[in-house]
Design a protein around this ligand. Structure first.
Ligand SMILES: [Zn+2]
Length: 167
């Protein structure tokens, strides 16, 4: 009865094809004996593991062991995030105005970089770069906002005093 019901449910509501199954697989979904692949992190024999799964020994995604180039690949977004983050801190010394642009951009690229790591399009080392870019970008943005506030005060306060004291 339950099986019948479940079949009926799946007939009426077909599961949308996930992107992973829709795209042509780059590797067989289950690792066969012929292609002996070992975990890139702990060396565990991944025969019988599914490509979308993780190493049963250490939890590293199997896809990373299949493609060492991806595991070692650095996310361009993460690097851009770090560079912009540093620029946003340096930019604070120029009235904070460059930081108004570089800081938010660093945060934006940090999010993109972390997403690449999550999707295994880039290695785990990019996570640290993106995180550093995020923190620097955030600090840069906050300091820039304070700088702009200070500048506005220095312009506005004398102006207001002038208006109030003028006859
Ligand atoms: Zn492992």
């Amino acid at each position: 009865m339950l099986g019948y019901h479940a079949r009926r449910m799946s007939d009426n509501f077909p599961q949308p094809a996930s992107p992973a199954t829709a795209a042509p697989p780059r590797y067989p979904s289950v690792i066969s004996n012929s292609a002996t692949i070992h975990c890139s992190r702990c060396g565990y024999d991944l025969t019988g593991s599914t490509v979308g799964g993780v190493c049963p020994e250490c939890g590293t995604p199997v896809s990373r062991s299949l493609d060492p180039a991806v595991g070692g690949k650095t996310s361009g977004y993460a690097v851009a995030s770090l560079v912009l983050g540093i620029l946003s801190i340096v930019g604070c010394m120029v009235y904070g105005l460059p930081s108004m642009v570089c800081g938010p951009l660093a945060i934006y690229f940090s999010v993109l970089g972390k997403r690449q790591v999550r999707r295994h399009e880039a290695g785990g080392s990019s996570q640290g770069l993106a995180q550093a870019g995020f923190v620097l970008g955030l600090i840069g943005t906050i300091i820039a906002a304070l700088c702009v506030l200070l500048i506005l005060m220095f312009i506005l306060v004398p102006f207001l005093i002038m208006i109030v004291t003028s006859p």
